[in-house]
Unconditional design. Structure first.
Length: 183
């Protein structure tokens, strides 16, 4: 296998891990025919789903970053780490896409926050793109680790911003009741 071809493969996999965040936010939540209790329950379920998705994503990215810390990191190990990050990103984006926006009046603001998350993750993908042509596994691993750490922080920040949309109202309470304090 030629080094430049292998480098491009790793680069493509790393970019896919970060750019895969192209989730769409559609729908508007509850129909309005639900009772207040049902709407609160739907909102709590949504908040819990978001928190669970972000927690799993951040945990997976942290584990991937750990594998990239090895002193004797090989190209195959780098490839596996990038594939793991890509799979975690696909699972994260699928879950967020399935959840859609919150069944709350703050739908437009929530969509904006999730779009900003997508933009932030694209910025991290651009960092990975800067690896084009490198044959230095350690340098590539370092850049990928930084990008994954930033992606993890961006996902947490998105939850914090969603929570702040209505901190004392239904949305803020839904995040509290859903047990999102670990984020």
């Amino acid at each position: 296998m030629r080094r430049t071809g292998t480098s491009r493969l790793y680069l493509a996999l790393a970019i896919a891990a970060l750019v895969g965040i192209g989730f769409s936010v559609t729908g508007c939540g509850s129909s309005g025919d639900n009772t207040t209790t049902s709407a609160a329950s739907d909102l709590e379920t949504w908040a819990g789903g978001v928190c669970t998705a972000v927690t799993k994503y951040r945990t997976s990215l942290a584990a991937t970053r750990e594998t990239l810390r090895a002193e004797d990191l090989s190209r195959p190990a780098l490839q596996v780490a990038v594939q793991n990050a890509s799979a975690a990103t696909r699972a994260f984006t699928t879950t967020l896409g399935d959840l859609g926006p919150p069944p709350a009046p703050q739908v437009d603001e929530a969509k904006k926050i999730l779009q900003e998350l997508q933009s932030s993750l694209r910025t991290q993908a651009d960092k990975v793109k800067s690896l084009s042509g490198t044959n230095d596994v350690k340098a590539a691993a370092s850049t990928i680790k930084e990008a994954l750490a930033a992606a993890s922080a961006d996902a947490k920040q998105a939850v914090d911003e969603l929570r702040k949309l209505d901190p004392k109202g239904n949305l803020g309470q839904a995040f509290d009741r859903a047990g999102c304090s670990s984020l």
